[in-house]
Design a binder for this molecule. Structure first.
Ligand code: SAM
Length: 278
């Protein structure tokens, strides 16, 4: 634990640097240091661990990660935040590196040569895109050891949903075939400044052994087709996917079923057949 008693309160940091929230950048800041410490504790012991943070903003979560002993590389698109982050870095010499860039353009392999955790209060407009990118890594297990990510509650529910539930879909399958997933905590909208319209939750994902013989791109295309019209029967939605109907036959899955009734294991079986046929 690295405590720096002279750190100014986050509200002062925001005021000093004129960081009025920019809606287009998904800026809803967390200022409660106890909540931020609890989020920073979700990945486990971070002492001397490498952490990648998307969107540090005024630096609340960054500070909690640094206080937990992490060595943080953060990518922030809003250059107004850079002076505040430079001041924070001054309290933790050599422990904080900030890149002024769009996180979607970052190649993690270029940044890290050792395992790292990803922790972020994600900007909602790019959250799902970043998650899908991290889950689609060509190498598995990936270079990251865990993901601790804030999402709108509705997106968090989709990530952890089981078949048969209304929230179950493409995101559930892409997350669960390669990761153990859980909601680590719910976060009330009033915890943010300014408060968003909806509730949020922290999702924690850790990589697990990937089923053999499945091409991730094929699984992605399969789930895309299956859920493109979730009310349609599988035999309808998969008929334009090469080999789709054969895969259903081979797996013994009734083409009259709707995609939300098909388990992650069943989708993996379909993708394995399509991978072998490709
Ligand atoms: N980490 C801070 C906190 O918890 O209070 C801020 C979180 S705020 C929800 C999201 C942050 O992501 C903002 O600082 C915003 O400027 C930044 N951001 C938005 N889009 C981004 C992008 N494409 N790449 C990097 N940062 C982005």
């Amino acid at each position: 634990m690295n405590n720096s008693p002279s750190l100014p309160p986050l509200r002062e940091v925001i005021k000093k640097h004129g960081l009025t929230a920019n809606k287009a950048l998904g800026q809803n800041f967390l200022l409660d240091t106890q909540l931020l410490s609890r989020i920073a504790a979700v990945p486990g012991d971070l002492n001397d661990a490498r952490v990648f943070e998307v969107g540090p903003g005024p630096g609340g979560l960054t500070q909690a990660l640094l206080q937990a002993g992490a060595i943080v590389t953060a990518v922030e698109r809003d250059e107004r935040c850079l002076p505040a982050l430079a001041e924070l870095g001054g309290h933790f010499p050599g422990k904080l590196d900030v890149i002024n860039e769009d996180a979607l353009k970052i190649d993690l392999a270029e940044l890290f040569d050792a395992p790292f955790h990803i922790v972020s209060n994600l900007p909602y407009n790019v959250g799902s895109a970043l998650l899908v990118k991290w889950l689609s890594s060509a190498d598995w297990p990936p270079a990251w050891q865990s993901l601790t990510l804030m999402f709108q509650r509705e997106v968090a529910d989709r990530i952890v949903a089981k078949e048969g539930s209304g929230a179950y879909g493409r995101l559930s399958i892409l997350a669960q075939w390669r990761c153990d997933v859980k909601i680590a905590m719910s976060v009330h909208r009033s915890a943010f400044t300014p408060p968003p319209k909806v509730m949020s939750a922290i999702v924690h994902l850790t990589p697990k052994a990937q089923p053999e013989g499945v091409d991730p791109d094929i699984l992605a295309r399969l789930t895309q087709s299956a859920f493109s019209q979730r009310r349609k029967m599988l035999r309808q939605s998969l008929k334009s996917l090469p080999g789709g109907l054969d895969a259903l036959d081979h797996a013994g899955i009734d083409g009259a079923r709707r995609p939300e009734t098909v388990s992650v294991d069943e989708f993996v079986g379909l993708a394995r057949f399509l991978t072998a046929e490709a």
